[in-house]
Design a protein around this ligand. Structure first.
Ligand SMILES: [Zn+2]
Length: 426
């Protein structure tokens, strides 16, 4: 199987998933007639299965009556859908505790622990591989150091080795949906081609295909910050928020991801969201991307570490060091300078996307933690009224699990879109 064979798409006709309210998606027998009717009912069932699985995936165990409420579908429809998901091995159903309650208890539906995805994150000095459950919990994580910056083929071979080791320890009756990869670079979303990963030195590397070849598992890849945005939106600081912008500051720069109406905004080729390369200082320095005055050149972890006297491996201590800096100290002056530059970028974000929430991760979260009022005031003073009025700025919540969870989301995508086809086609 190659990386681009998505099980959910092999046996399914190309239908658009119907949109609209949950009530619109309730089965209405007899509304359509003739040859279209079967296809329509099948499409509605597929969409309903996806809806129910999606709820227990992101929100965890729910009672059947809770699912009835959340979807607007009737009880017998929910019972049939849950029954099918149990049969597919994707959810489990258990009797709730406390059976002495009055009335018939509603069974609890939870993601099946047998369903997992692998997550892979190649970096300049290591490859990290994780096992992530359908409940979004990182079960295992293995980080392998590399001798220098790995080539794409080296990273694929190392990742495959770890995947094989981890797989040997999994439930043999389990279902591995595939591999999701978080790449620190520009990735063409449809085929997982790494167009450019500047810090890895990768140019036009078909990494998803290379990894699929050596693991034998369907593999999808995406930009790391876009996946971080997805993870925070579904399981972290942005839970329940449909319009958010996520910015992460790491050792190698600033990445961004945008979620609109609950979906990743990826642009035509999958490259959108590079807020780190938007202009904040027209008289600034030249960026590695070729432009001048990018956010990424104006804010940096290295400068914060240098001014606080911390080494790179002490990045976790940055928060405390920035907060403790006395007023007027070199640390406080540098924090103020970077916060002001970040405020300019966030002004652009607010004016462009009108998000409900801005989530800041990595050292950008540390900057916000050190001077929250200054950042909020800077954004409020500069952004347009309307979109600036209700926007909230928060720190990312998932910590180091973020990229593993986001990468796994990419791997779960086909299953979540069409559960029955993904299982039967695997
Ligand atoms: Zn740039």
């Amino acid at each position: 199987m190659t990386g681009e064979q998505r099980p959910g798409e092999r046996v399914t006709p190309t239908f658009d998933v119907p949109s609209g309210s949950a009530a619109d998606r309730t089965l209405v027998p007899g509304r359509a007639a003739g040859p279209d009717r079967g296809a329509r009912l099948d499409r509605v069932r597929q969409s309903n299965l996806a809806t129910v699985l999606g709820i227990v995936h992101t929100e965890g165990a729910r009672s059947r009556s809770g699912l009835t409420q959340a979807t607007g579908l009737n009880r017998s429809t929910i019972a049939a859908l849950v029954g099918e998901l149990v049969e597919l091995g994707l959810v489990t159903e258990t009797e709730p505790e406390g059976l002495n309650r009055v009335g018939r208890p509603s069974p609890i539906v939870a993601p099946a622990s047998r369903v997992v995805a692998f997550a892979v994150n190649p970096e300049i000095d290591s490859v990290t591989v994780g096992v992530v459950g359908l409940d979004g919990v990182v079960r295992q994580r293995v980080r392998r150091e590399t001798d220098g910056v790995p080539t794409a083929l080296e990273a694929a071979a190392l990742a495959a080795e770890v995947v094989a080791e981890l797989r040997a320890g999994l439930d043999p009756t389990g279902f591995v949906v595939g591999v999701g990869v978080a790449v620190p670079g520009l990735v063409r979303a449809d085929e997982g081609l790494v167009r450019l990963a500047p810090h890895l030195g990768w140019v036009d590397e078909p990494f998803a295909r290379q990894l699929a070849d050596v693991t034998g598992l369907p593999t999808r890849a995406q930009n790391d910050a876009s996946l971080g945005a997805l993870a925070e939106a579904r399981f972290g600081a942005g839970r329940g928020v449909d319009d958010l912008v996520y910015l992460n500051g790491g050792a190698s720069g600033v990445g961004g991801g945008v979620l609109i109406d609950g979906r990743p905004f990826s642009g035509r080729g999958g490259y959108a969201g590079e807020i780190g390369h938007t202009l904040v200082n027209s008289s600034g320095v030249r960026c590695h991307c070729g432009a001048t005055g990018c956010l990424e050149t104006e804010v940096g972890q290295a400068e914060l570490l240098a001014v606080t006297g911390l080494a790179r491996w002490q990045a976790d201590e940055l928060d405390a060091a920035l907060v403790a800096a006395p007023l007027g100290s070199p640390v406080a002056v540098e924090v103020a300078r970077q916060v002001d530059q970040l405020a300019i970028a966030l002004r652009n974000v607010v004016n462009t996307f009108d998000p409900e929430l801005i989530v800041l991760g990595g050292f950008l979260g540390s900057l916000f933690g050190a001077a929250p009022e200054r950042l909020v005031a800077g954004v409020t003073a500069q952004a347009l009224p309307g979109s600036r009025d209700d926007v909230r700025i928060v720190r990312a919540a998932l910590g180091r699990d973020r990229l593993m969870i986001g990468a796994a989301e990419r791997a779960f995508e086909a299953l979540l879109a069409d559960p029955a086809s993904a299982v039967r086609g695997a």
